[in-house]
Design a protein around this ligand. Structure first.
Ligand code: NAD
Length: 509
């Protein structure tokens, strides 16, 4: 599997002597204080793009450490100032977090580059986007309202009170640590909740920094806690503990299902943002240059380690060859490799095990008889966990590479003749997170999109997002919606308040 591909000249080898490769040591944030694990144990992170180079270390929390964070969040919710402040006061402090994020873009981007293997230029853009997420949520936090019912009878008035759900446990994955935390924390605390965040054991640095910036901004102790360490120890407690009112989980279907089962025992609210197998449907009237560029972006962005990757190209047969010629030409040119290089478009896989898993999927595709048009394996494994851009042609819809989330730079190409066939293929997996449709005929594109069961759809674009618009999954891609005004509802309870005006109607005489 460790094969060199014909386009290895587009591989930018990492410099293992780069002076930016330094280890940073972090502590958890519990009740406004920096804390080590009671045991003193730590998780050490090495750069996935620079083999063996230590870049971070954070505490390996035990369940007792997590319980102390839950206690802090519970006390801050039940007795602290945060849920009792006006929306305007919360908003002002959250705006300050956004400003501090912007002031620290370079530092935060470097951490994500080294821990995740994210290209440095992409990482800077992502951190800037997170400031926008915080700013939007801060603005909305001031204007959150309930409802009134003024037409339920002359002697009756109804109020619907919006209240925060309580203590929220937020568990995040490794692929977009700062973005995913910024898509949840500001919505939860903006609604008046308090949170305990458990980032991935691979990439915890920027989430800890976010909580430190929140403290610096003046967000009170206990509102935003961060615990670090391994999922089955540090994460699971959040679903099990009675003092947590809700678990918001982003990650794999396997872990999400397990957490939902555990949370069901205490009737906790659960939000799940899980996996995807995004279709990119291209009709024969599409702008093929734009579509080829978008398809390459859709599958190679973040090395394909993206829940909304467009990992299935579903192309109308008449333009298949013309589109593939353009796509392969881009794929041969795409610069991948050293995440510290400004020219890099995608970096390494997150770990050796994940790189092996991606390579295993590719091998299975070959074994099942799919045609490899490009790439096909891990490369430069003496430097980092790199996998080449890989395109499979002539894929059958029942092959594993057409069904399973590979989470690597691997595209599967399927053909169709009619719109009905395209929709059936697009809907033909267990997932329903995102989908793209490429066509110059807007009516056709819109009608096709309406038939696709996915939470986030694009016409003539891919991997687009904005704080105003909701994200979330259909089918096994998840439950609930984040962002926009919908995101606040996830973290709120709605209480009915019925008022009787004048003399109350008598039931018993
Ligand atoms: P993962 O499920 O392995 O881990 C996610 C988080 O859960 C990590 O913090 C991990 O430590 C924790 N965890 C693991 N086992 C646990 C347990 N038993 N109890 C509690 N917590 C536990 O996922 P990953 O490998 O970090 O991320 C990749 C997956 O995330 C992909 O499937 C991807 O599609 C999905 N994802 C979804 C979205 C979305 O918005 N829908 C966004 C990004 C990633």
């Amino acid at each position: 599997m460790n094969q060199l591909t014909p386009f290895q000249s587009n591989f930018l080898p990492p410099n293992l002597a780069d002076p930016r490769l330094k280890r940073r040591d972090y502590r958890m944030v519990i009740d406004g204080q920096s804390r080590d694990a009671a045991s003193g144990d730590v998780v050490v992170r090495t750069s996935p793009g620079h083999l063996g180079k230590e870049v971070g270390a954070w505490p390996a929390a035990s369940s007792d450490d997590v319980k102390s964070a839950i206690a802090a969040a519970r006390t801050a919710f039940d007795h602290g100032p945060w849920p009792r402040m006006s929306g305007g006061e919360r908003s002002a402090l959250m705006h300050r977090v956004a400003e501090l994020i912007l002031r620290n873009v370079d530092e935060l981007a470097l951490i994500e580059c080294l821990e995740v293997g994210k290209p440095i230029a992409q990482a800077r853009g992502e951190i800037g986007f997170c400031a926008e997420l915080w700013r939007y949520a801060a603005g909305q936090a001031q204007g959150l309202t309930g409802d009134t019912h003024n037409a339920i009878g002359e002697n009756r008035l109804g109020l619907v009170l919006r209240e925060p759900v309580g203590v929220v446990g937020i568990i995040t994955p490794w692929n977009f640590p700062f973005i995913i935390a910024s898509e949840r924390v500001p919505w939860a605390i903006g609604a008046g909740c308090t949170v305990v965040v458990k980032p991935s054991e691979f990439t915890s640095g920027t989430t800890i920094r976010m909580a430190e910036l929140a403290m610096e901004a003046g967000i009170p102790p206990g509102v935003f806690n961060v615990v670090t360490g391994y999922g089955p120890v540090a994460g699971q407690v959040l679903a099990e503990d009675d003092r947590v009112d809700m678990v918001a989980f982003t990650g794999s279907v396997r872990v999400g299902t397990r957490l939902a089962e555990i949370a069901a025992r205490t009737v906790k609210r659960v939000g799940l943002e899980l996996g995807g197998k995004g279709p990119q449907v291209v009709f024969d009237d599409a702008d093929l240059d734009a579509a080829a560029d978008g398809i390459a972006y859709g599958v190679y962005h973040n090395g394909g380690q993206c829940c909304i990757s467009g990992s299935r190209l579903i192309v109308q047969n008449g333009i298949r060859d013309a589109l593939l010629a353009r796509l392969l030409e881009i794929s041969r040119r795409v610069k991948f490799g050293d995440p510290l290089n400004e020219a890099t478009r995608f970096g390494p896989m997150i770990s050796a095990a994940h790189c092996d898993k991606v390579a295993g999927h590719v091998q299975k595709g070959m074994d099942e008889g799919a045609e490899v048009l490009l790439g096909g394996g891990a490369i430069a494994q003496d430097l980092g966990f790199y996998h080449s851009p890989t395109v499979f042609g002539r894929v059958n819809p029942d092959m594993s590479i057409a069904q399973e989330e590979i989470f690597g730079p691997v595209l599967s190409v399927l053909g169709f003749d009619t719109a009905d066939q395209a929709v059936a293929l697009a809907n033909g997996t267990d997932f329903g997170l995102s989908a793209s449709v490429w066509s110059r005929d807007l009516e056709r594109a819109i009608q096709t999109t309406r038939r696709i069961r996915a939470g986030r759809c694009w016409i003539n674009s891919v991997i687009d997002g904005t704080p105003e618009m909701p994200i979330g999954g259909y089918k096994r891609s998840g439950l609930g919606r984040e962002l926009g005004k919908y995101g606040f509802d996830e973290y709120c309870q709605f209480k009915s308040l019925h008022m009787t005006l004048g003399s109350a109607p008598r039931w018993f005489a």
